[in-house]
Design a protein around this ligand. Structure first.
Ligand code: ASP
Ligand code: MG
Length: 403
């Protein structure tokens, strides 16, 4: 008998019909002799709808009350799903965050789970019961209801799997698994059977929105194997595991892209020690995250251009800080937010020479100009003009044998 955590996302529980279908999946798992803890998201769109309601009351709606409000989305799906299981003649019960309790620390709307009481639920599982728990929430030590950040049901699933010492943690969603690139854009994208935590983390933070990055990170730290699979098909999903469990035959596992970056160039700054520090210190103080940095060679030995990327939403603030706080002499500041970040990710890159060259050659064959570059051990990212995004992903997908 194994203990399984099964998490169902918003689309999977988006209608009463779908909830009945989820109950059928759980029925199969339970009938196969497994102990089942279910985690649910709110119905798709519900959390956004509740946020909108709160903003109609106030633009600065009280955070404590926002958590009370938002936590109701999962309360609804918990009850409907437990009711659907009871209807199928199973012993099943929903638990609310304070009834378990799921203890959290940290600010309202951004708390994190620190402990979960396992006794009552374990006893219930031993008696053959199916426990249905709400994702995305908990209570503080003062007894206030908290939520743990958007998309937080994934984090709840991973925390539950860890604290209950579950044998597996399965994330049911509306896609078949993790793909080599966005299947909506590139039809030849392939489902990945196995991927390492590190690669998944890179892909999910680079814009592949299958799982919440911080949940993947927790799973990695505690080595909790995950499986992402579809609620709506019987196909095998993607296993997310530690690297030792994967045989790498390819250097690149996936191609990701994101469109939330912008490029800033400070033209004609003095080429002397301390200038870069003067630019980036006030930005870091203002909590602006700088991703890639390039300093051009100074042709006249006196001035240089410094280019870097920030999140698009930070462009105006960045420019203001550079003008007002950096004490910099410069000719002008150029900004471009019509850029995209394209990344190749693969643990196999470490042992394969020439990946960088192959990527750059591929892009140049397509006449795509590289505006900035950054690398890590298992990732290579470039900034390009946004309009070339699709062309770039297609080319990289092909040359790294992912089609
Ligand atoms: N319902 C929450 C949200 O939409 C949590 C989740 O779905 O994971 O952010
Ligand atoms: Mg989600």
């Amino acid at each position: 008998m194994v203990k399984k955590v099964l998490k169902f996302g918003g689309t999977s529980v988006g209608t009463s019909k779908r909830i009945r279908h989820v109950a059928d999946i759980i029925k199969q798992e339970h009938t196969a002799g497994n102990k089942i803890i279910v985690i649910v998201s709110a119905m798709a769109g519900k959390t956004n709808e509740l946020i909108k309601l709160s903003s109609e009351i106030s633009g600065e709606f009280d955070k404590r009350e926002l958590d009370v409000l938002l936590s109701t989305g999962e309360q609804v799906t918990c009850a409907l799903l437990a009711g659907a299981l009871v209807k199928l003649n199973f012993k099943a019960k929903s638990w609310l965050n304070w009834q378990i309790p799921i203890l959290t620390e940290g600010d309202h709307t951004n708390a994190r789970i620190v402990n979960i009481n396992i006794e009552k639920i374990n006893k219930y599982l031993d008696e053959g019961g199916i426990a249905v728990l709400p994702g995305f929430q908990g209570i503080s030590k003062n007894g206030d209801i908290t939520t743990i950040g958007r998309g937080g049901s994934d984090a709840t699933a991973v925390a539950v799997a860890k604290i209950f010492n579950a044998d597996s943690c399965e994330i049911y969603t509306d896609v078949d698994g993790v793909f080599s690139t966005d299947p909506n854009k590139i039809p030849v994208a392939k489902k990945i059977d196995k991927i390492s935590f590190d690669e998944m983390l890179e892909l999910s933070s680079l814009g592949a929105k299958v799982m919440q990055p911080s949940a993947v990170q927790t799973a990695m730290i505690y080595n909790i194997p995950l499986e992402v699979k579809s609620t709506f098909s019987e196909r095998k999903g993607t296993k997310i595991l530690s690297q030792e469990n994967i045989d790498y035959t390819k250097s690149v596992t996936g191609v990701a892209y994101s469109k939330d970056d912008a490029k800033i160039t400070v033209v004609g700054v003095e080429d002397r020690p301390g200038v870069a520090a003067n630019i980036f210190e006030p930005l870091s103080k203002a909590q602006i995250n700088v991703d890639m940095v390039i300093q051009n060679i100074s042709s006249d030995q006196k001035t240089t251009d410094i280019t870097f990327t920030v999140k698009r939403e930070d462009v105006i603030k960045t420019k203001k800080i550079l003008i007002e706080d950096s004490g910099l002499n410069h000719d002008e500041i150029l900004t471009n937010d019509k850029v995209a970040k394209i990344s190749i990710v693969g643990a196999g890159m470490v042992s394969t020479p020439g990946v960088t060259y192959k990527m750059f050659r591929g892009l140049s064959d397509e006449r795509i100009n590289i505006l900035a570059i950054s690398t890590s051990e298992i990732k290579l990212s470039v900034i390009i003009e946004e309009e070339k995004t699709l062309k770039a992903i297609k080319k990289l997908h092909t040359i790294f044998d992912l089609d």
